[in-house]
Design a protein around this ligand. Structure first.
Ligand code: PLP
Length: 397
């Protein structure tokens, strides 16, 4: 008999912890120790959830909405989600096609689990949101990373997609606007990618978490609405976390063709059951009390846009740094390759020497960049970018 228990599972040994949460945790620990940290690492709005959404949740809790709900979500919320897709994109769907899950992250994972078997390949454009490759591995499938750098505007081309497809390819993951780059694909660019996916009969997981956070009059595209062929193969993930400053609520949404929606709901019924029942009533208010919600969103958008333009201009003033002006989300992804440091070393030194927290591009599959979130106060952005400039100047000496 051995004193050592058996090894943990393949899944437990192969999964990597979220590097973005790790940097944020280190920055918060420094802050707790009394250091004056400028945090650009957080992946969530710095605003609080709008009051009317909180009130609706509190009222539901007080009125006893404390029991199990249907696995895919309370009926009025699923209906409201269908209504908003119809109003925003002209997409016709039924509540049976909607699954409300505990966070958009889980919606994505269930989408992968519903479509991918062990050994299947999944195309993940890089820079990617950190969880995609890990989710694919947790399904026993194989992530195929395809890099689109800043020269390509961080956008995958149809030729790159075509070249990455093999007979084992099952799923293409799209994320526009993108975390970490903020890049927004145009409708025409998505049409061209979808045409390739249709030709090879791939499923598409379209993560549209940042659809409402777009600037300069840009319009998001709902991939499922591009064509009938797109609609039958696309799993659309969206949610409440980023648009309505509700990250801690853990509510995300899937809209999918009926057979996929059924499979996802059955998977969820065995893995988590329904999202917290009274929280769903808060989400419902976000969709039904439209004027209040629009006003709250507009306030956030004005602040994000102001910070985006400021940070972008300041970054491009720093010798050795170059940064695209992203059209969506709340991130910029400057290129820092000219300093000749690994981006992880750059970030560690930046935090140690200047108390500025940023996430290295390599965490997103793109060495030589930083992800800077501008979902933080104007003061912190101003102070942080000044420190970053000083740090870069010292590196150049
Ligand atoms: C934040 C995020 C999600 C999921 O958000 P939840 O907090 O789980 O609702 C999904 N995709 C991307 C790209 C994100 O940035």
């Amino acid at each position: 008999m051995s004193n050592h228990p058996a090894p943990l599972s393949t899944w437990a040994r192969n999964v990597s912890p979220s590097p973005t949460l790790a940097v944020d945790a280190r920055a918060k620990a420094l802050q707790a120790a009394g250091e004056d940290v400028c945090g650009f690492a957080a992946g969530e709005p710095d605003f609080d959830t709008p009051e009317h959404i909180k009130e609706a949740c509190i009222a539901a809790l007080k009125s006893g909405k404390t029991k199990y709900a249907p696995t895919p979500g309370i009926e009025p919320l699923r209906k409201a989600i269908v209504d908003r897709y119809a109003a925003e994109y002209g997409l016709a769907a039924t509540p049976a096609q909607v699954i409300v899950s505990p966070g958009g992250k889980f919606n994505c994972y269930l989408g992968v689990l519903a479509t991918c078997s062990p050994g299947d390949e999944v195309i993940v454009p890089a820079p990617f949101w950190v969880s995609y490759p890990e989710m694919v591995k947790l399904a026993g499938a194989v992530p195929k990373l395809v890099l689109a750098d800043d020269k390509a505007g961080f956008k995958l081309t149809p030729a790159q997609l075509e070249a990455a497809i093999t007979p084992k390819t099952k799923l293409l993951i799209l994320n526009s606007p993108s975390n970490p780059t903020g890049a927004l694909y145009t409708r025409a660019e998505l049409e061209a990618l979808v045409a390739v996916a249709v030709r090879h009969n791939l499923y598409i997981l379209s993560d549209e978490m940042y659809e409402h956070l777009v600037y300069d009059g840009a319009k998001p595209t709902c991939v499922a609405t591009l064509s009938k062929e797109a609609e039958v193969r696309t799993i659309t993930v969206a949610g409440f976390s980023k648009t309505y400053a509700m990250t801690g609520w853990r509510i995300g949404t899937t809209l999918a063709p009926l057979p996929i929606a059924k499979a996802i709901s059955e998977l969820q019924s065995q893995m988590s059951s329904n999202v917290t029942t009274f929280a769903q009533y808060g989400a419902l208010a976000a969709l039904t009390e439209k004027e209040k919600t629009a006003a709250a969103l507009q306030k956030m958008l004005v602040a994000f846009d102001r910070r985006r333009k400021f940070l972008h201009a300041e970054l491009n003033k720093i010798p050795g740094v170059s940064c695209l002006l992203a059209e969506g989300a709340f991130y910029l992804f400057p290129n820092i390759a000219s300093f000749g440091l690994k981006d992880l070393d750059f970030c560690n030194r930046l935090l140690d020497e200047e108390k500025v927290a940023a996430v290295p591009g390599s965490a997103f599959g793109a060495e030589g960049y930083l992800r800077l979130s501008y979902a933080t106060s104007d003061e912190i952005i101003q102070k942080g970018v000044t420190r970053l400039a000083r740090f870069c100047a010292a590196l150049k000496r």
